[in-house]
Structures are given as structure tokens and as C-alpha cells.
Write a protein that binds this ligand. Structure first.
Ligand code: GLU
Length: 418
């Protein structure tokens, strides 16, 4: 039987943890078991009312994986593929991600298995507030702090904050991050993940001896992360020759005018109908002949089938788990420099941390300050990972996992045994 997403994630963790010899260094702690078992995994039936008065049942999840380094942190996704195993895998990666960039959080993830975009605005609000209600005592500003993920954003975070404050009777903004600015959100949070992706690409390009200005790029996914990354790459003088989203893909070898493509999509048109480009099969975007490939869609976009045909020299994992674990070694053989997800896409979680800090102080930063701090965190993390990779002659993924696992293991054993 096919292994599920969580079993695969665990297998990989063991592989990266192996050289660290944790059981020998921390004897009698059951350390590997502790680091690979979620602290708490919740599944609830969620019932919400449709506009025609009928009720619809779906499953709601929240997995709190590890809080040894700080409160649980992680997004909420509304997507038909959401399930127990996927949510566990995503929560697992969250605690590794917060550790790689060294922000004082653990890791969690939540979601609802639902075709969210097909709901009306009122149905979306009812569903989101229902989710907040179901998770009322599970989340909290010092316990577990949700944020946006696939199909959720400022609007949903605003609704969750409202529900939480109506029932708890107090305004605690730090219960969610990625909320609207008018409710205490942070400057720069919306584009933080995409911006962080581009900061790591800029650093990795130096290591790969790739001049970004004039280089070509393809971006898979044109949601918040992909669209921001495409725009910032375009601003850096990169020729973004292909982009794709759920509706299709477009290519323009001269380079797409990304601000125009964005305006086209924001006006409600399908990406594939953008007039100044050729539409093509979205599955083919991964193998476009480009220098940089940004993976900013969902998990398992790179498979054992398409990995051997990838031409990019630099691959940035803007999504979580975009490379199927079975394809990781194939990619490694291709000599492409791969910036792993737990490092590459950590910019969102990082600015979530800044938002939480601002909420605690009720003192708000300028956009320049947010971006400067984000740059510092991402560049420091990238450098630590790249230096360790060079010192041990391993991939950036091995190095990122080693750094994260070391940090969490250290905190886990410092808790004591009582
Ligand atoms: N959902 C985003 C991620 O996967 C952001 C998480 C957060 O800000 O807590 O990194």
C-alpha cells in the first residue's frame, strides 16, 4: 500500500537525523520518538449552513506537533485534499521550519476538507467561524497561533479573531497572524513568504554562480506566494518566462510582463486566457528550459516521473513539500541547487512572528523595518544552512534538517524528565 504523507515525512526525518546520532547523545530520552510523534492531533466534524438552508458536514483538523521551542504555530488550509495524514506532515514541517529560521515557535497546522472557492462569501464566513468555534480552546495567543495557508488569507484571519473575541470576551490580537492591518496585522505579512523565497534565491544564485539579472525563471503556482515571488523576480530583472495556476499555464520566451499578468488575474480572468502569451499544459511547467524554477503550488509537484526532465539550475521550494520524497534523490543527482521548503518558504512564519511581537507590544513597525528584519532572518538562516552543507558536503536539505533537528532536540532535553 502507498505510504501516506506523514509516513513519508517521518521516513525522511529519520534519514536526515541519522548522522546526528541523537539516541547516543541523549540516551534514555526516546528522543527520536518524541520528535516524530505529534503532541496532539484533533479531528472534528464540522457542520455549517449553506445559503439554501441545507447543512453540510466536513472534517476539520488541527495538529499540534511540537512546542518545545515555543507556542505552536502554523496555517489553516481549506482544500479538498486536507486530511489527517497531510495535516500531520505539514505540522511536522512547521516545527522544523520555525527552528531553521530560529524563531521562538513550535509547529502546528490545521484545515478543513472542503471545496472552499466554490462557496459563497456568506458560506465562507460561516464555515471559517465554525472552524474557530470548534477550535476555540485549542488555539490561543500563547498556545497555538494559526495563520493563512492555501485558500485562506487576511479575511479568514479577521473572522477567526472576531469569533474568538466574541466568545472569550477579550480582544487578543495575537490569537492569529496574517490578519487585516485594521485589526492589528503587520505591514508586509501578505507578501512575506514570496519575499522570503526571493531573498533565498538571491543568496543561492551567488553560490550557484548564476547572474539573476537576465536569467530565466518559471513559477508554478500563482497564488499569494507564487505571484509575489514572480513579481519580485521580475523587478530584479529576471525573465519570468512561464507561470501556472490551477486553471492552466502560460509561457512567453521573451519574458512575461508580470504586473500585467497579475492585473489580468486580479480582474477575474483565467490565467491561461492572458493574451500576450502561449497557453500550455500546466503539468509541463516543471520541465520548462529555465535557470530558476519556483515551486509555489501544492505538495508532490515534482515526482519520480518528471524529476529527471527538470532543466533548472536553481530550484526554490516556495510551497510545503513540493518534491515527493521519492524524487529527492533524483533531483540531487541533477546537480541543481535546491533550496528546501523548510528554509525557502519560512518568510511567512517569520513575519507572523514579527506580527505577534507587535501585537504583544501594541507598537507597530514600518514596512521598511519588517522587510529589513525579514531579510536579516532569511539571510542568516540561508548562510548557516549553506555553510553546514559545504562543510559536510551534503545538500541544503540535509543541512537545513540537521540544524532544525539539533535545535529542537536541544530544547526537548532541556525540559527535564519530570
Ligand atoms: N502557512 C504558512 C506556512 O506554511 C505560514 C505559517 C505561519 O505564518 O504561521 O509557512
Amino acid at each position: 500500500m502507498e505510504k501516506d504523507a506523514f509516513e513519508l515525512a517521518k521516513e525522511h526525518f529519520y534519514r536526515y537525523a541519522e548522522p546526528l546520532q541523537l539516541p547516543r547523545r541523549y540516551p534514555k530520552c526516546d528522543i527520536l520518538e518524541r520528535l516524530t510523534t505529534p503532541d496532539c492531533s484533533i479531528q472534528n466534524r464540522l457542520t455549517f449552513q449553506r445559503d439554501d438552508g441545507s447543512l453540510q458536514v466536513c472534517q476539520a483538523y488541527r495538529v499540534q506537533f511540537n512546542d518545545d521551542r515555543g507556542p505552536y504555530k502554523g496555517g489553516i488550509r481549506f482544500h479538498p485534499a486536507v486530511g489527517q495524514a497531510e495535516t500531520k506532515a505539514l505540522a511536522f514541517w512547521m516545527y522544523l521550519k520555525t527552528a531553521v529560521v530560529n524563531i521562538p515557535f513550535g509547529g502546528a497546522k490545521g484545515g478543513v476538507s472542503v471545496d472552499y472557492p466554490s462557496l459563497s462569501l456568506q458560506e465562507k464566513e460561516r464555515l471559517t467561524k465554525r472552524y474557530a468555534m470548534v477550535m476555540l480552546d485549542v488555539i490561543g495567543p500563547e498556545k497555538d497561533i494559526p495563520a493563512p495557508d492555501v485558500n485562506t488569507g487576511e479575511r479568514e484571519m479577521g473572522w477567526i479573531l472576531d469569533e474568538w473575541r466574541m466568545i472569550h470576551g477579550k480582544y487578543q490580537r495575537g490569537v492569529v497572524t496574517g490578519k487585516p492591518m485594521s485589526m492589528g496585522g503587520s505591514q508586509g505579512r501578505r507578501e512575506a513568504t514570496g519575499r522570503g523565497v526571493v531573498y533565498t534565491i538571491t543568496e543561492a544564485a551567488k553560490d550557484a554562480k548564476l547572474k539573476l539579472s537576465g536569467a530565466s525563471a518559471a513559477v508554478q503556482g500563482f497564488g499569494n506566494v507564487g505571484a509575489t515571488a514572480a513579481r519580485l523576480l521580475h523587478e530584479l530583472g529576471v525573465r519570468v518566462t512561464a507561470v501556472s495556476d490551477v486553471t492552466g499555464a502560460i509561457r512567453q520566451p521573451k519574458g512575461l510582463n508580470i504586473p500585467e499578468v497579475l492585473a489580468h488575474v486580479q480582474a477575474g480572468h483565467a490565467l491561461a486566457e492572458y493574451p500576450e502569451a502561449e497557453a500550455f499544459e500546466r503539468d509541463e511547467l516543471i520541465v520548462e528550459p529555465v535557470d530558476v524554477l519556483v515551486l509555489a503550488a501544492l505538495e508532490n509537484a515534482v515526482t519520480v516521473e518528471n524529476a529527471p526532465h527538470i532543466k533548472a539550475r536553481l530550484i526554490a521550494e516556495g510551497a510545503n513539500g513540493p518534491v515527493h520524497p521519492a524524487a529527492v534523490d533524483i533531483l540531487n543527482l541533477r546537480e541543481a541547487l535546491v533550496i528546501p521548503d523548510i528554509l525557502c518558504n519560512a518568510g511567512g512564519a517569520t513575519v507572523s512572528y514579527f506580527e505577534w511581537v507587535q501585537n504583544r507590544q501594541e507598537f507597530y513597525w514600518t514596512l521598511e523595518r519588517v522587510n529589513e528584519e525579514l531579510r536579516r532572518v532569511m539571510l542568516d538562516a540561508y548562510r548557516q544552512v549553506a555553510d553546514l552543507a559545504a562543510a559536510h558536503d551534503v545538500t541544503l536539505r540535509d543541512a537545513a534538517y540537521r540544524i532544525a533537528i539539533e535545535r529542537v532536540a536541544e530544547a526537548a532535553v532541556r525540559r527535564g524528565v519530570q
